[in-house]
Write a protein that binds this ligand. Structure first.
Ligand code: PLP
Length: 397
């Protein structure tokens, strides 16, 4: 018999992918510009010019054998040192080279981290709405993902609900700020309260509960919003970072894990990360990309486009009567569906060629996600369809 869990995972496509494939088929039928595809979080702006410059410099001026050869399993030492320096110079003295593990993006970083920290039966808490793949990543570690409700209307951390969700089985908490799909950025105060609760719970259990910060959108914030660095607040913390969105290179698969050097079980945590990476086959992240990213730390593609899209879309949708949670970061808009059943609403939106992802998969009923990492031109062209959709519900006349 095959591995049933894997067969099932391989057969059931994610709702997002399903909608994306539908969009491609529909575009082939009626034309690319007639379909308003807001399904995927694929950056619409190119990588910064320096990306190509660094890439060609490396190709022209490095020894090709070592450039394309295996690096050490956790990554090239000079790359890990550059990442550690960047973190320390930007956020404070938190890591050394020996705390950094290069990965194939955030997906691998989270999977490795959960496999490193969890035993079968452990619980991993996360806040609603959450990235649907967390269920899959936790499942791989034999752990159970426990969604925790957030504040009505803002999706900020509900500290009371969080404290009630903690149990003797809690091993870790995953936060994602700026958040996919709500765009919320957790404030310093929210993080402080979260960490105070984690400290109390760890003391009561007599063993650390880990805080995992999933950070593919760290730099994508608007209006000067600040994203607290978890290592400033909690010693038993791990950051899972990705260059996918900041540099617009999601297909290149590159990111890293950073373990706080103050973590109580620092050495064992990093050993477990290496062991998990080894057993999952996630060793030696793409060698060329490791080198490119080490020279582009802190750089981003032109993210001002996303801010303009956010402003245009929020203003128009509010005018048409939609209830929008104004995002502070990332490139998603979480909007209340105009009927209780978000799946039915998403189906109706398709009649207007709008592809909106139902929020149920993010653990949140009654909402749809709009990925606004698209061209400003597409946003503009889609507005009559959003208006017509609202009209069809009698929201505006
Ligand atoms: N975490 C969140 C919240 C995401 O939105 C994504 C991708 O969209 C990932 C993780 C995975 O990112 P990566 O492409 O770096 O694997």
């Amino acid at each position: 018999m095959l591995n049933e869990r894997c067969v099932k995972l391989g057969k059931v496509r994610s709702v997002i992918r399903e909608l994306f494939e539908y969009g491609n088929a529909r575009k082939a039928q009626i034309g690319e510009d007639k379909v308003f595809d807001f399904s995927l979080g694929n950056p619409s702006v190119p990588p910064p010019a320096q990306f190509d410059e660094v890439l060609s410099d490396l190709i022209k001026n490095s020894d090709p054998v070592s450039l394309h050869g295996y690096t050490s399993a956790p990554g090239a030492p000079d790359v890990r040192a550059a990442v550690a320096n960047y973190i320390n110079n930007t956020f404070g003295d938190h890591v050394e080279l020996c705390d950094i593990y290069m990965t194939c993006g955030a997906a691998a970083a989270i999977t490795i981290t959960l496999c490193a920290l969890c035993n079968p039966g452990d619980e991993v808490l996360t806040f609603v709405p959450y990235f649907p793949e967390y269920e899959v990543f936790a499942g791989q570690a034999g752990a159970k993902l426990v969604p925790v409700k957030t504040e009505e209307g803002t999706f900020d951390i509900d500290i009371g609900a969080f404290r009630r969700a903690l149990s003797p089985a809690t091993k870790a908490v995953i936060i994602n700020s700026p958040n996919n799909p709500s765009g919320v950025v957790y404030s310093k105060e929210s993080i402080r309260q979260l960490c105070a609760a984690l400290e109390e719970h760890s003391r009561a259990l007599g063993s650390p509960v880990y805080l995992i910060s999933d950070e593919p959108y760290r730099e994508l914030v608007y209006g000067g919003e600040e994203v607290p660095y978890v290592m400033d607040y909690y010693k038993n913390s791990v950051v899972c970072y990705s260059f996918s969105k900041s540099l617009s290179v999601p297909g290149e698969r590159i990111g890293y894990i950073a373990v706080n050097k103050e973590a109580e079980e620092r050495e064992d945590v990093f050993a477990a990360v290496c062991g998990a990476g080894r057993s999952l086959g996630y060793v030696c992240a793409p060698s060329l990309l490791q080198r490119v990213c080490a020279r582009l730390l802190g750089k981003t593609s032109d993210i001002s486009v996303y801010e303009r899209n956010r402003d245009r879309l929020c203003a128009a949708l509010e005018e048409y009567g939609y209830k929008v949670v104004r995002p502070q970061g990332a490139f998603y808009l979480f909007v209340q569906s105009l009927e209780r059943d978000a799946e039915a609403f998403s189906q109706r939106a398709k009649l207007f060629e709008l592809l909106l992802v139902p929020g149920d998969g993010f653990g949140c009923e009654g909402y749809v996600r709009i990925s606004y990492c698209v061209s400003p031109d597409m946003i503009e062209r889609s507005l009559p369809a959003f208006r017509a959709l609202a009209e069809s519900y009698g929201i505006i006349k």
